[in-house]
Ligand binder design. Structure first.
Ligand SMILES: *[C@@H]1O[C@H](CO)[C@@H](O)[C@H](O)[C@H]1NC(C)=O
Ligand SMILES: *[C@@H]1O[C@H](CO)[C@@H](O)[C@H](O)[C@H]1NC(C)=O
Ligand SMILES: *[C@@H]1O[C@H](CO)[C@@H](O)[C@H](O)[C@H]1NC(C)=O
Ligand SMILES: *[C@@H]1O[C@H](CO)[C@@H](O)[C@H](O)[C@H]1NC(C)=O
Ligand SMILES: *[C@@H]1O[C@H](CO)[C@@H](O)[C@H](O)[C@H]1NC(C)=O
Ligand SMILES: *[C@@H]1O[C@H](CO)[C@@H](O)[C@H](O)[C@H]1NC(C)=O
Ligand SMILES: *[C@@H]1O[C@H](CO)[C@@H](O)[C@H](O)[C@H]1NC(C)=O
Ligand SMILES: *[C@@H]1O[C@H](CO)[C@@H](O)[C@H](O)[C@H]1NC(C)=O
Length: 380
């Protein structure tokens, strides 16, 4: 790790962008000093070796990655779930509006709540979808997500990618950027984590996998422009009801059947459907650090864990050489809910005012290969 000046530390706390820039400058100056002292090449080589990871992190971080300008990030929420937003603002969504603007982060919701976390978002889009039916509503909001992309593009924005996430997800932006940077957005890409269920296309009985929205999904610009002919607010919501596909399944169906494009599976994307108390258990520190998304759940690893997990990821960047201690910390956090099972009988999800799901099983008798069947995953 390069030296950190007190000023850089202070600024670090204010903004991670400044943090990276200052660190980069300090590292660069050290390099210059070493060069100007004309130390032998062997020493220089070992300096670079020792600082390789911090240097590459700085060089490939979001600060100077142009992909950040070419990626539209949408986060879907609902006014019922306003309480979730504070965790996003504490972690992966930059608290400063101008940094949200730089990262092209848009929040889509059905109703603006004044004097709330909404005020801290630079871009809030109201979806104006009737609350008719759960599937109709989800598909209407989905159509709006694509409409927003097309509207922004029409107004001159140049996006190569659009990624959409739910409001209970953690996104490691740097990992997302470095993944997308390697791909050619002129090729149709439909990227996500495959759902546990596959869908059968009614017209030809073909079985296809679709990307579960709970893990986050990315589309390349070529695919987005092709989808423009198929996804819109006047058709899609009714069509979802007709086909009995929820929004993510409907997208999978359209992309596979109409556009003959298959899903690119990325296992760095994680959804709450994996059941965190089980899936976290298998995640090593390395897995954690390379993950692009995590889904949080109301019953296990609630959103209040998000800042903790975010801090571990941040710590690993600051202390590249001390991964052993971090591993201890991560293993503790990861196993915490298993070793401290909370009695959640009769408890409800209070992160959204509209949810009153009951949780009936304790961790001890949770089946190992649990599969959740939600309205998002209709098997037909
Ligand atoms: C919002 O807060 C401001 C000042 O903090 C207050 O004047 C205003 O009445 C509040 N509005 C609502 C809708 O609560
Ligand atoms: C897109 O633009 C149209 C026409 O200006 C507008 O009616 C619609 O609300 C916009 N939708 C979104 C999601 O931005
Ligand atoms: C990206 O894909 C397009 C379409 O297949 C191709 O024309 C272009 O050369 C590719 N670009 C790179 C950098 O590979
Ligand atoms: C699909 O499968 C069903 C039953 O398995 C069959 O009745 C139907 O004809 C098939 N449809 C097509 C288009 O192959
Ligand atoms: C919506 O998409 C359908 C095809 O799925 C198309 O027939 C229709 O014209 C589109 N409507 C608008 C308003 O773009
Ligand atoms: C769909 O794509 C596959 C491979 O990408 C290709 O072999 C096949 O011919 C395509 N089918 C249609 C109907 O275009
Ligand atoms: C869990 O809580 C429920 C209701 O609060 C109670 O009836 C039950 O005995 C508790 N179970 C355990 C194992 O503590
Ligand atoms: C909760 O568990 C009890 C006993 O195991 C069962 O009788 C009841 O139907 C369950 N309730 C729900 C909503 O699953």
């Amino acid at each position: 790790m390069c030296l950190i000046t007190p000023r850089a530390v202070r600024r670090c706390f204010k903004s991670r962008y400044h943090c990276k820039r200052d660190l980069f400058i300090v590292c660069f100056m050290i390099l210059i000093v070493i060069l100007s002292l004309s130390v032998d090449l062997e020493q220089l080589y070992s300096f670079i070796q020792n600082h390789q990871s911090s240097l590459s992190l700085l060089l490939f971080s979001s600060f100077n990655t142009p992909i950040a300008n070419r990626l539209l990030i949408l986060v879907r929420t609902s006014h019922h779930c306003e309480s979730r937003l504070k965790y996003l603002l504490k972690t992966w969504i930059p608290p400063l509006k101008r940094n949200q603007q730089k990262s092209n982060i848009f929040l889509l919701t059905d109703q603006y709540i004044k004097n709330s976390s909404y005020d801290k978002f630079e871009n809030v889009i109201l979806t104006d979808c009737p609350q008719k039916h759960k599937i109709f509503d989800l598909c209407c909001k989905t159509a709006d997500e694509f409409q927003l992309y097309h509207n922004l593009t029409k107004n001159g924005a140049k996006f190569d990618w659009m990624c959409r996430f739910d409001d209970d997800q953690y996104v490691n932006l740097d990992n997302l950027y470095s993944y997308l940077t390697k791909l050619n957005s002129s090729i149709p890409y439909y990227i996500g984590r495959t759902s546990k269920y596959s869908i059968k296309i009614p017209d030809n009985n073909q079985t296809v996998h679709f990307a579960t929205y709970g893990a986050g999904v990315c589309y390349s610009k070529v695919l987005l422009s092709k989808l423009q002919n198929y996804i819109n607010k006047s058709i899609t919501p009714d069509d979802c009801i007709k086909t009995r596909f929820a929004d993510d399944a409907y997208l999978g169906y359209t992309i596979a059947y109409k556009l003959n494009t298959s899903l690119t599976i990325n296992k760095q994307l994680h959804s709450h459907l994996e059941r965190l108390q089980i899936s976290f258990h298998r995640l090593t520190l390395e897995n954690l650090l390379e993950a692009i998304t995590f889904g949080f759940s109301w019953d296990r690893y609630q959103l209040k864990w998000m800042p903790v997990i975010h801090e571990i990821i941040q710590l690993s960047r600051k202390h590249q050489k001390d991964q052993d201690s971090l591993m201890l910390l991560w293993n503790f956090v990861r196993d915490y809910e298993k070793t401290h099972p909370e009695n959640i009988t009769g408890k409800v999800d209070d992160s959204c005012t509209s949810y009153h799901k009951e949780k009936n099983v304790s961790v001890a008798n949770m089946p190992n290969k649990a599969i959740l069947l939600t309205t998002k995953h209709i098997k037909i």
